[in-house]
Design a protein around this ligand. Structure first.
Ligand code: NAD
Length: 478
């Protein structure tokens, strides 16, 4: 079996402690064995990153551009191979795996361009003969901690801007999905990334993650993952005054009004709720449906959900791949039982034995639910969606906003006025009209409000806020 090491200071380093990366579609398929580090591995990576920081900070925009552009081109050229690796380790369908790989390529190429578009402000002073320059500088050494559900896109959308704006990086990917992050490290190395500028340390959150967030040699932490881990990281970073950015969970509402076109609403809800096995922070988990269209919507949605084909992520006919692992599957199944206890009518949701050793679950639709139920308040993070019946737009908006989260919110309607009112009043960082709540562009800001996000936005030109600090220089030339 292939063994995979960590990248520290431009060298591939083994810490022993090899962990098998298992395919959730077929647990007899072991993708590779990955060496997991600990606190001393983080010490070594921080030392390498700090040593590389002055050189990278002063590297020309052209040098940074060329590296990121080459990485983007290489990922695109190898999209089938990397997409297959992604689908094998995470379980999303091959089409989704290749699509996510291409997204990583686009992100690197976007930030390659940003290297050449950095600018500052030249301002007149209120005093005579003084000019003022406002410029941006790298934050320093950035620790990046990522979840398993977008194993290449999230490492890419944090690493690319960090490097573009002159920071050095230590990436700790989710321990369930080290393969794609290792692939990014390999490609950065092959494309000539200077030693120490990008470092990969794989391992457990409790060891490698904890060591990163507490390390005094790290200037900033960018994190995506669960609310519990995010809150812990915020506390630790607050105490040591590290800059921190958190992208956490969601309980995203999708409103369907009486005037919605069902041929638009049903595919949007099906995609938003169930694609990628519902394992998206932007998944539509609460479908809030106005009374006049409720029964027709439930009929059409029930048919669409029961027609979905669950199977091995690599089979071309599969629409819904497996759940990522046994623990997540058991958690999903417990929520299905809870839905029944709370009085919902449950369509599907059972574990599926498909003649192969994988973590398969039938998509679950919970009917007749209300917003006080735990199934509508807690993030399930699986192929499960609830339907909540409401009497009008005002109740729909109130229910949509009655949540601790605020990542994405959607509405299906033919009314420009309803769409505009929802867009203005939805308490969410992203609003979708006649589109699934999940599925975003890479060149515009991504992030949420309330309990979903903390700190500066990610992606697009807004990424500059997190990965730089501002310097104001006064120049007297009298
Ligand atoms: P998780 O919080 O368990 O783990 C995320 C990362 O944090 C992993 O790399 C993990 O090893 C690490 N970690 C765990 N404990 C740590 C600690 N004490 N210190 C430092 N790092 C630690 O989340 P997950 O199960 O991998 O991912 C699923 C979650 O991610 C869901 O809640 C989902 O909503 C969220 N998510 C959010 C977004 C977003 O942009 N808002 C995107 C994708 C996923």
């Amino acid at each position: 079996m292939t063994k995979h090491e960590n990248l520290i200071g431009g060298k591939w380093v083994s810490f022993g402690n090899y962990h098998d990366n298992i395919n959730p579609s077929d647990t007899s398929d072991v993708i590779g064995s990955y060496s997991y580090g600990d606190a001393s591995s983080v010490d070594a990576a921080v030392e390498a990153a700090r040593a590389a920081q002055p050189g990278w900070r002063n590297a020309t925009p052209q040098a940074r551009h060329d590296l990121l552009d080459a990485v983007g081109n290489t990922i695109a050229a190898r999209k089938d191979e990397i997409g297959r690796l992604l689908s094998r380790e995470e379980g999303k369908t091959l089409a989704e795996g290749i699509g996510e790989t291409m997204r990583a390529s686009q992100v690197f190429k976007f930030f390659a361009g940003e290297c050449l578009r950095q600018s500052g402000d030249l301002q007149a002073s209120v005093r005579p003969d003084i000019d003022i320059e406002v410029t941006r500088e790298p934050v320093g050494v950035v620790g990046i901690v990522t979840p398993w559900n977008f194993p290449i896109a999230i490492p890419a959308w944090k690493t690319a801007p960090a490097l573009a704006y002159g920071n050095c990086v230590i990436l700790k990917p989710a321990d369930l999905t080290p393969g794609c992050a290792h692939m990014i490290a390999q490609i950065l190395d092959e494309c000539g990334c200077p030693p120490g500028v990008f470092n990969l340390v794989m391992g457990r959150g409790s060891k490698v993650g904890e060591a990163l967030i507490t390390h005094t040699g790290i200037d900033a932490i960018s994190f995506t993952g669960s609310v519990a881990t995010g809150h812990h990281i915020a506390e630790v970073c607050g105490k040591s005054r590290k800059k921190v950015q958190l992208e956490m969970g969601g309980k995203n509402p999708m409103v369907v009004l009486n005037d919605a076109d069902l041929s638009v609403a049903v595919p949007a809800c099906l995609n938003g709720t169930f694609f990628s096995t519902g394992q998206r922070c932007t998944a539509s988990s609460r479908l809030i449906v106005e009374a006049g269209i409720h029964d027709a919507f439930v009929d059409a949605m029930t048919k669409a959900v029961t027609d979905l084909k669950v199977g091995n992520a690599l089979d071309a006919s599969t629409q819904i791949g497996p759940v990522v692992d046994e623990k997540q599957l058991n958690s999903n199944l417990a929520y299905v039982e809870l839905a029944k206890k709370e009085g919902a009518e449950v369509i599907g949701g059972q574990r599926l034995e498909l003649g192969q050793t994988g973590f398969y679950q039938a998509p679950a639709l919970f009917l007749g639910t209300n917003n006080d139920m735990r199934i509508n308040r807690e993030e399930i993070f699986g192929p499960c969606g609830s339907i909540l019946k409401v009497s009008d737009f005002d109740e729909a908006l109130a229910v949509a906003n009655d949540t601790d989260f605020g990542l994405s919110a959607g509405i299906c309607t033919a009314s420009l006025k309803s769409a505009r009112d929802f867009k203005r009043q939805a308490q969410a960082g992203m609003v979708m009209v006649n589109l699934p709540t999940a599925g975003v562009d890479y060149h515009v800001p991504f992030g949420g409000s309330k309990g979903s996000s903390f700190g500066a936005r990610e992606q697009g030109r807004y990424a500059v806020e997190f990965y730089t600090t501002v310097k104001t220089s006064y120049i007297y030339a009298g």
